[in-house]
Design a protein around this ligand. Structure first.
Ligand code: AMP
Length: 440
């Protein structure tokens, strides 16, 4: 190695056309590029496609070790150019057959995390068609750098620094705020964020400001280990899990006051709840400065409050509402469902059934607001275990009150208590009158 050179490993593969010819040509062209010296090349091996994709032939794979004076980004540019010269269509559809694929695995000991390039390659250690050639080239895999996803941040300043780095690298950043005890509902938010963003951060913070004095802050379910496993599986890049003292220092005294959006329904029953939600979300937005933030329609009023707050305070953040994820029997997934006793669990499906019943009436032509509400209440009344807090029909989105008389859509919202489990549980549910209904 001479001064200014970096030792680099590039994985190569081909499963379209004359595979061996594509690879030999690419290696020759790499070696002929100024600033690149080919040190050693592994043998070629066959492998089949890992992951989902259309039916296709086997790959021929290997790894080449290089010395280079090029920067990682310049080397990436060379690799992309060679892929193009081999006839690969760019941007290439994921997991489709390709004449040439060049992946930068290691660039010295450097860690790079930008939109264009992540080094070390995030999944190199999961791929036998990369590991085996690396071993053949004498690389100690256990000592090699790998990405451990997700990274967990506690101090806000460290999480903020990570997000700033992503933003500076040109990444679209998505934020998924949660209180942990993660389930399929949260996972769906992460999956949507993963599809739409270059980097996804989840936050896990049971926020004391949104719990009333007689509510279940202390008893709220917590399981950081399980949550991190779910985040890893969902492909989350970073988890922000601060302590209460880290989020709110002892002198903390600035709160977001929320107006009309927080009136009625949950706002009427849980004094200061939405003020606490808006305060923590504003704080998370200020720390992470994401492009997009993901919230569930399951908490429809919360979503409306956050949309309003984001607009009112001028955060340049797209709020993405995500559909409710339900159990097979219709119960909306919730972290608090674990506290339902068996009988209450069986009874809990009444919420969804009541909403569906009114939706069915709407589809069949019922348009009167009060008749639709009466339909929900009548079904709920058949289940004595459900202590109903409210049943409402509000406008879509902003959840504004609708006057009596005919409606041409809207969202039904319900909340009820169930008391027979380890502790009383309040369940929320809602349904758009037009959701999933073929009204043509
Ligand atoms: P929580 O941890 O309960 O504060 O929820 C975090 C986020 O996940 C909120 O935006 C919720 O609306 C969303 N969420 C919770 N349960 C569900 C569900 N069953 N389906 C979709 N989103 C959900």
């Amino acid at each position: 190695m001479t001064v200014g050179e970096t030792l680099v490993f590039v994985a190569f593969g081909s499963n379209e056309g004359d595979r061996e010819q594509h690879l030999r040509t690419a290696l020759q062209r790499l070696g002929a590029t100024p600033g690149i010296v080919v040190v050693r090349t592994s043998q070629l091996r066959e492998s089949t496609l890992q992951g989902h994709g259309p039916a296709q032939g086997a790959f021929l794979n290997g790894v080449v070790q290089l010395r280079t004076t090029l920067s990682a980004l310049a080397l990436l540019g060379v690799c992309k150019a060679l892929e193009g010269m081999a006839g690969r269509r760019l941007p290439a559809p994921r997991n489709h057959p390709r004449p040439l694929d060049l992946d930068l695995i290691f660039y010295g000991q450097e860690r790079i995390d930008t939109r264009e390039l992540v080094v070390p390659h995030p999944r190199w250690h999961e791929r036998e068609f990369v590991c085996e050639p690396l071993r053949e080239l004498g690389v100690d895999l256990d000592a090699s750098p790998r990405h451990v996803a997700p990274r967990v941040y506690e101090p806000p300043i460290e999480f903020a620094a990570q997000c700033s780095e992503w933003l500076a690298g040109g990444c679209v950043v998505g934020l998924v705020p949660t209180m942990g005890a993660l389930h399929a509902g949260h996972r769906s938010l992460m999956a949507i964020a993963r599809r739409e963003c270059d980097r996804v951060a989840a936050t896990i913070f049971v926020n004391p400001l949104q719990f009333g004095p007689n509510e279940d802050f202390a008893a709220y379910p917590r399981d950081l280990t399980g949550d991190l496993a779910i985040c890893a599986e969902a492909g989350v890049d970073a988890v922000f899990a601060p302590t209460v003292a880290q989020m709110y220092d002892p002198e903390f005294c600035s709160h977001v006051a929320v107006g009309a959006a927080a009136q009625g329904m949950e706002g009427a029953l849980r004094k200061d709840h939405f003020g606490g939600v808006a305060t923590v979300v504003a704080r998370l937005f200020a720390i992470a400065r994401p492009h997009r933030a993901y919230f569930g329609e399951k908490d429809a009023q919360q979503l409306a409050v956050i949309r309003r707050m984001t607009r009112d305070l001028g955060f340049p953040i797209r709020i993405v509402g995500c559909p409710i994820v339900r159990e097979a029997d219709g119960l909306a997934r919730s972290s608090r469902n674990v506290y339902l006793g068996a009988a209450d669990r069986a009874a809990s499906t009444i919420l969804h059934r009541a909403l569906r019943s009114a939706q069915g009436a709407f589809v069949r032509g019922e348009r009167d607001r009060d008749a639709l509400l009466a339909r929900v209440r009548a079904v709920l009344a058949t289940e004595p275990r459900a202590e109903v807090d409210y049943v409402e029909l509000r406008s879509e989105g902003a959840l504004a009150e609708l006057p009596p008389g005919p409606v041409d859509g809207g969202r039904l919202l319900v909340a009820a208590k169930f008391r027979d489990g380890a502790r009383p549980v309040r369940l929320l549910d809602n349904l758009s009158l037009r959701e999933g209904a073929d009204l043509a």
